[in-house]
Design a protein around this ligand. Structure first.
Ligand SMILES: *Cc1c(COP(=O)(O)O)cnc(C)c1O
Ligand SMILES: [Zn+2]
Length: 443
């Protein structure tokens, strides 16, 4: 048992660390400390950024000052560029440290040269999606401020991640999810990790709006990507990928865009890396939305003049969002990186997914938007033949097995898809295996 005195000392040192953190409103510039959790400016309602010191850094400086609890984390090892949370509040599940794959069949599919494309697989995180990178920072902040309960609205991956990190921290979690069209695997994870799950008769956008009402009225720590601490963790996808490329920036970084938390985090991360001198040019972000859930792509096409929320519809449930909460921050990211935003159809997403799966890498549907988008932008001449690119794979293939079986087992217009791979059911006799052997050889 912790003595009362030790607990008091701990609380004092946590409060001191939190008081030194700076959070700033992106609209009016008003500054706050890290003591009180906030997801919007109390003055103007604007979105908030954590401000980190931007002194010149070399790669050797990055691990300096790293708290003991964070030693194995692929997020916290970029400590000097992250909010300086009290080390004893850090909740890490060894997130990050994900692979950067090269498979030239994917490059050729996208119309790029051999060696010009890498895929960063964030599906290798502890709960199977990049959400863990933000969650380690969000939940650590929640723990540092003494939160009694942590909540999120989710299309599934945020809830699985929150449930896991909240369990690790020993803090109760509440999640709101749409009652329909959400992957069974993601809900299963969330339930298994012990979060209280509430299914809403409405879509993700409705769930988030409701939850923001709840957190305004009750003392509940909100960990959706409007939370500026979560985005700090997601910045490390850029840090790690550029480190893996020896700090040589590619021309493009393509990612799926849903609620636009990653888009927001990546622009901030790249601007910071440039400012501290770790990269000498900023790669361009290519944000890819599903055609049925593309309010940000339409906003981009209007020259950021006209924004309109939509009713979202796509097979890629992780990006099925009609009114992204981080739109102004994401716009800033596109401007800072001279980025691009486009759409791909569900068929294009599923085709790209079948290719990524088929080379043995695999991902969930939303992730494949990055490769489908690269292919489209290459075909349109936005991306040039000599350009280099990294595509982000946001989630693990097992996140949505229904998408896999539907693709391979269900006919389209009375025929299987060209890449359909159906199991053969045969009698348990050697002779019956001859057909299987021949099929397998000729796939
Ligand atoms: C959350 C999520 C996205 C969307 O990311 P945003 O930051 O909300 O734009 C894409 N793919 C997967 C697998 C996700 O879990
Ligand atoms: Zn403000």
């Amino acid at each position: 048992m912790e003595t009362t005195l030790a607990a008091e000392n701990r609380d004092v040192s946590r409060a001191t660390a939190l008081a030194q953190i700076v959070v700033r409103c992106m609209e009016c510039g008003r500054r706050y400390d890290g003591v009180t959790p906030r997801t919007a400016c109390t003055e103007c309602g604007g979105l908030l950024d954590v401000v980190v010191p931007l002194n010149r850094l070399t790669p050797d400086d990055l691990g300096q000052g790293l708290p003991e609890a964070a030693r194995n984390s692929g997020v916290w090892r970029y400590w000097p560029l992250l909010p300086q949370l009290p080390g004893d509040a850090i909740v890490s599940r060894w997130e990050g440290n994900t692979a950067l794959y090269r498979d030239d069949r994917l490059a050729r599919f996208a119309g790029l040269q051999d060696g010009a494309l890498r895929m960063k697989h964030e599906g290798q995180n502890p709960t199977g999606s990049f959400k863990d990178r933000g969650m380690t920072v969000g939940v650590s902040h929640a723990k540092a401020v003494g939160a009694k309960i942590i909540a999120c609205a989710s299309t599934g991956n945020t809830s699985a991640s929150l449930a896991s990190y909240a369990a690790a921290a020993g803090i109760p979690a509440l999640v709101l999810v749409p009652a329909t069209r959400i992957s069974a695997g993601k809900i299963a994870q969330t339930i298994a990790y012990g979060a209280k799950v509430v299914q809403i008769d409405g879509d993700f956008d409705r769930a988030l709006a409701l939850l923001r009402e709840l957190t305004a009225a009750y003392d509940v720590y909100l960990v959706n990507s409007v939370n500026p601490f979560r985005l700090e963790g997601q910045k490390t996808i850029m840090f790690e990928l550029l480190e893996q490329l020896n700090w040589q920036a590619p021309d493009w970084i393509a990612l799926p865009g849903g609620n636009l938390g990653n888009t927001s985090a990546f622009g901030k991360a790249l601007a910071e890396l440039h400012q501290v001198g770790l990269i000498d040019r900023i790669p361009r972000l290519a944000v890819i939305q599903a055609a049925g859930a593309a309010p940000f792509a339409h906003y981009f096409q209007s020259g950021f003049e006209e924004y309109e929320a939509v009713h979202a519809d796509t097979v890629a449930t992780a990006i099925k969002i009609g009114d992204p909460a981080s739109t102004p921050r994401a716009r800033r990211s596109i401007e800072v990186t001279q980025g691009w935003v486009t759409t791909v159809t569900d068929d294009e997403i599923l085709e790209a997914k079948a290719v990524i799966d088929g080379v043995g890498i695999g991902c969930e549907p939303a992730s494949a938007a990055s490769l489908a988008g690269l292919k489209k932008l290459r075909a349109e001449g936005v991306i040039l033949p000599e350009h280099t690119a990294v595509g982000l794979l946001t989630g693990n293939i097992l996140k949505d097995t229904d998408a896999v079986t539907t693709y391979h087992f269900e006919d389209v217009n009375g025929a299987p898809r060209t890449a359909a791979n159906r199991p053969l059911r045969v009698a348990a006799e050697l002779s019956a295996l001859e057909q299987a052997l021949s099929d397998a050889l000729h796939r």
